[in-house]
Design a protein around this ligand. Structure first.
Ligand code: COA
Length: 362
């Protein structure tokens, strides 16, 4: 049976609007202890509220079509205009939108609130020109995967961390240094280098393809690395290569390339030095590059590689990496995505009367 014929999960609509400063307390009530008492939303709320290239949306409970009072899953009344869910939509590039920070108040979970909020997210993104929408979630976040699947979000690629493991028992966070390893700056590719040759190495690299061409364009958000974006990163001295850019490649042709990303800019980074936005090439040069970026500290920076069987680690690469201090983390993350175009039209809410939202007003 299609969802159109199912009984609505709630008798009242969600009203989606942009968050206001006065929503903070109500939103943080349900977005502070999400995972075993932890969540990053309190650290980012103030910045998200004012970020110009994005919308911090909240859902509140409205009156039902026949005037019914909104109630939670236990029948308790919900207060008008107080957030019961939140989410953030960011335009990473002119056509690529990113979703993050979806949180639904536990009192109203399982009622289709996130499903309808997702329609609002897509509509806001499309109204700003998005042709692609993506998000990242843990491999075992079933709720998040099922939510995405309601409106055609599929796993596009997966990645796994290598190196210092914050999830390992007794892990002690290394002291942040905030800087690249001393010698790493010398490895920056200059705009005068043979960028066409480097770009063709990148574009045909199997690790790059396995990552579906995505790189971490900003903290925890992924977009396509195009030729133009590659060039822009080179011009900012944010592309490092191994061997040294003024040396020829070794006889075996082995090389590695790391795209770095900008500093935290108030972002919620926990790692320093920052993990590369992308690391490509061959196992040993890549390890040399990682060592140079981390200033020789094993396991730092953490490195993200596509999963399973990252092409960069074929052969003995994974062993050499583990021995050098970059063992594979246990779990993977999934990047999900979908297009918005003629073949993948914008989703409609299953019960249009239960979603009040006008993207043009936001
Ligand atoms: C995940 C979350 C946003 C879902 O919100 P919700 O309003 O309860 O979701 P909906 O009622 O719209 O359900 C959407 C789909 O997800 C499924 N789902 C929701 N929560 C689930 C859970 N905990 N486990 C398994 N499936 C779940 C629903 O069954 C439904 O799928 P179906 O129609 O195929 O059965 C909410 O549980 C939440 O805030 N979780 C904590 C934060 C989080 O994990 N956010 C996502 C981070 S990427």
């Amino acid at each position: 049976m299609s969802s159109h014929h199912q009984r609505p999960a709630r008798g009242w609509p969600i009203v989606v609007r942009r968050a206001r400063p006065s929503d903070k307390e109500a939103a943080l009530q349900f977005a502070t202890n999400t995972w075993h008492g932890w969540d990053y939303i309190p650290r980012v709320w103030d910045r998200w509220l004012v970020a110009p290239d994005s919308a911090l949306l909240v859902a509140t409970a409205g009156h039902g079509p026949a005037g019914a009072e909104p109630v939670d899953s236990e029948g308790m009344p919900l207060t008008a205009d107080v957030p019961i869910a939140m989410t953030r939509v960011v335009m990473l590039t002119e056509t690529e939108a990113w979703l993050e920070g979806v949180r639904v108040d536990p009192r109203v979970r399982g009622l289709g609130v996130a499903t309808d909020l997702q329609v609002a997210e897509f509509r806001w993104a499309a109204s700003r020109g998005a042709r692609t929408v993506r998000y990242v979630t843990g491999q075992d976040n079933e709720g998040s995967h099922r939510l995405g699947a309601k409106h055609g979000m599929r796993v596009v690629t997966a990645y796994r961390w290598y190196g210092w493991d914050d999830a390992a028992e007794g892990a002690v966070r290394p002291e942040p240094t905030g800087a690249l390893g001393g010698a790493a700056g010398d490895l920056a590719l200059s705009p005068d280098a043979d960028l066409a040759a480097w770009w063709s190495r990148v574009a045909s690299d199997r690790t790059f393809r396995s990552a579906e061409g995505l790189f971490e364009i900003r903290s925890w958000a992924f977009a396509l690395l195009t030729r133009e974006r590659f060039q822009a990163q080179v011009e900012r001295s944010m592309v490092l290569v191994w061997p040294h850019p003024r040396q020829p490649l070794a006889d075996d042709g082995a090389w590695a390339l790391a795209v770095l990303r900008g500093g935290p800019e108030g972002e919620d980074d926990i790692d320093t030095p920052l993990p590369p936005a992308l690391l490509l090439g061959h196992p040993r040069p890549a390890l040399e590059l990682a060592r140079a970026i981390g200033g020789g500290r094993p396991g730092l920076p953490r490195i993200r590689l596509p999963d399973p069987e990252p092409p960069l680690l074929v052969g003995t690469g994974a062993n050499a990496w583990a021995q050098a201090g970059w063992p594979a983390a246990e779990r993977t993350a999934h990047i999900l995505g979908r297009e918005i175009d003629r073949a993948h039209p914008l989703p409609e809410p299953a019960h249009p009367e239960l979603l009040e939202f006008t993207p043009e007003d936001i």
